[in-house]
Design a binder for this molecule. Sequence first.
Ligand code: OGA
Ligand code: NI
Length: 344
Amino acid sequence: MVMKPRAPADAAAAVDEVIRPSRLNCIDLSSSDVRESVSLLKQACLDCGFFYVVNHGISWEFMKEAFEQSKRFFDLPLSEKMRVLRNEKHRGYTPLLDELLDPDNQLHGDYKEGYYIGVEVPEDDPEANKPFYGPNVWPDSGVLPGWREIMEKYHRETLEVARRVARIIALALDLDIDFFDKPEMLGKPIATLRLLRYGSGQISDPSQGIFGAGAHSDYGLITLLATDDVPGLQICKDRDATPRIWEDVAPIKGAFIVNLGDMLERWSNCIFKSTLHRVLGNGQERYSIAYFMEPSHDCLVECLPTCKSEKNPPMFPPITCATYLSQRYSDTHADLTQYKTGQT
Ligand code: OGA
Ligand code: NI
């Protein structure tokens, strides 16, 4: 690994923090009381941009199956995993330390491995030349039979949950319920599933700049996170507070932890929050599956009509979704050329 070690800029400040439990709202997708759901979700989006989603229609058995398959992949020898190394389309395996989310406070990259699976677009499809579209890379089906099918099913089913959550978000923003369903928005989304494993024996130490995942906010519209029952996720509602207050987010069996990304914060003129979060390793192996939901490549992210007024003019110029995302990915991932030596 050739990533340049960086000293935490302000290690003393990193120690100066408070940790307490969080209390997040819970949205029940099976509820017929839409007004209640909108109200709970809106409160969460104004406050911290994190909430649980339960009764979303994906069975616990199937989620468990996806976690088991994820473990099968990460348990493969490193040489096998390096055969499906992340490509320039952000598909495939990201090794330990590959991602550096918080360079000012991290000694080196995150103590996690990952695997990106995006929207499957065949090589000969004209859409495949878009930066976040293309064919996925898959582990050899001889090595992991049935693996691809499970992951594709998880991708499809979670996309539907994300679309349902986006409808409640639209209502909470006083937009039409189908605002995000338009073809140029979530009709042809950039949707990326990412399997994650935080290694066993890895104990994070904020004072030393060592983290499972460094403090960051997500880039896109919303993230649907499924975790196993090992704790580790923390959120910080006010990044400028001293000391920073970090709140533990408890895992709930079968639920998604949903959070808003920076693109939605920008789109809503900062009315809705994209909150800083991180993962601390406690020495136990921990698995999570993140699902990043963004609109189509060409979608123009421009202050929503209900989020501006004479007193509150748009704070950001319009930008396309693809331009915005490309910038954010290149800011946080290691340069792929570092892996070239010694690879076949
Ligand atoms: C992420 C993330 C949290 C977790 O992948 O962006 O914040 O619990 N993951 O893995
Ligand atoms: Ni995140």
